[in-house]
Write a protein that binds this ligand. Sequence first.
Ligand SMILES: Cc1cc2nc3c(=O)[nH]c(=O)nc-3n(C[C@H](O)[C@H](O)[C@H](O)COP(=O)(O)O)c2cc1C
Length: 501
Amino acid sequence: MLLAEGGDRTWEATRPGPAEGPSAAAFWDRMMLTAPARRAPSPRAAPAGLGPALRLLEAAWHGGRAGMPAAPSAGALHPYECLVVTGTGTGAAVFAADPVRRTCALLTEGPETGRALDESGLAVPEGGALLLVVARPWLSIRKYGDRGYLYTQLDAAHFAVHLLGLAADADERAALRTRLDTGPLAALLGLDRHCRFIHSVLTVGAGRGGRGPDAGHGTGTGPDTGRDGWSQTRGGAAFAPVSWLEQACWGLIGPFRERGRPADSEVVPEPLVSRASELLGGRPFASGESRTGLAARRRSAKTFTKGAVSRHDLGVVLSAMRAELRTDLPGGDPVRATLVARDVTGLGVGSIGLTGAGAGTGTGAAGPGLAPTAVTDEELVEICMGQDHLRHAAGFVLLHARRQELLRDGPSGIDRVLFRAGALGHLLYLGAAEAELSITAIGGFDSARWRAVADLAADEEVLYVLVIGTSAPDSDVSGVPGVSGAMKLDRLHVAYAQNER
Ligand SMILES: Cc1cc2nc3c(=O)[nH]c(=O)nc-3n(C[C@H](O)[C@H](O)[C@H](O)COP(=O)(O)O)c2cc1C
């Protein structure tokens, strides 16, 4: 395999300056494109560890819509990308990997890179690699405004847990870290200048053959251009040039992005929530289907049809939240889950705490352990920001945290709480695939109104909502009255899920 030598590191933000004045020439010239200088890559052998990492990335796209990874993302914008770190004789090397174009470009290598990794607390496993999920918030913020940052965190968490699930199917030592201070490596790569940050780091071992259907991504051989179709990048920038719009957006986020996060990054395999309700009594993923297989089948529902879900099937979905994840998140339950049941056989209509101490405070009047909730279909659509396609959903899982806990550790604490919410959301998606129920995450909702509907304490912030129910086949529904054919309204150019019309 050939790899590109260095990326084009030039970076330019073509912000219109006052000196330009309102001349036609300045106006026209701003609309012109300049092709970056192309540097021919020099042939080189691929280091060990790169092949398994690239194949894992390819597997992560399997089952997704064309050109997208098989993880959900608000508006299908996927505001993240991947870097691969491998060990070399002289230290370490970092590559930008693009699984859509199937290209790979060397960004940096050598002793300096090795030092930056050491200072970031990162160690490349023997014969393996590190896969870095790098967030690019602009991709979401340009559509969703400030809320796009929240979606960036949730989306990246979905993707990172998706990768972890796939990696773990092949190698049970795979681990995901979110608490490292990766500042030194980010500085070496100039990520701040490129309006990006390292979200999480997945350790991919050399693999041992694996158990899942796609376990071949862990076999440890280098990529082979002929067989795998990956190739070197022919010139061009490793990171796309940053526009003045993106830079302005980053300028608003930057002050909230702290450097030097805590480095106590011990990996402990444990569930992210404790069980407080019998509804989570089942063994997670009891069918035995691999997470790779479930991820390839999961989809976001385009609309919901009237119809109850059974308590058993709902239990299969909810129990997925108890799956063990090998992460460095500390114990405790800062994110809790509450179910708002509307049409579940064997369960009344009402809300029930599912996880964490003090959950399940229902009075019993509405069903076993359920607190009565009164929400009409109309109100439901309203508090989901006018998303009419959710009207007939059978149940809503609210992921929430106490405001005090959410804000306690500053902005990076918010990131970590959102990571848990996104990770739990992802497990629910896999649980729904296993139970063959329809599910969609929603980011478009009114947090305070949901808090009232679910009878949560006054200081609870609803972070994320997962909607569960039944759907007609895609070909029969559009989500828009009078329009046939499947359409996911969240993918429209306007921020439909935020009431933008
Ligand atoms: C953080 C997040 C927020 C989302 N918000 C909504 C929403 O408000 N309404 C909706 O219908 N779908 C929502 N979705 C689902 C996306 O539209 C869906 O993931 C995307 O269109 C890709 O489709 P797929 O999940 O079937 O691959 C959300 C997904 C995520 C991860």
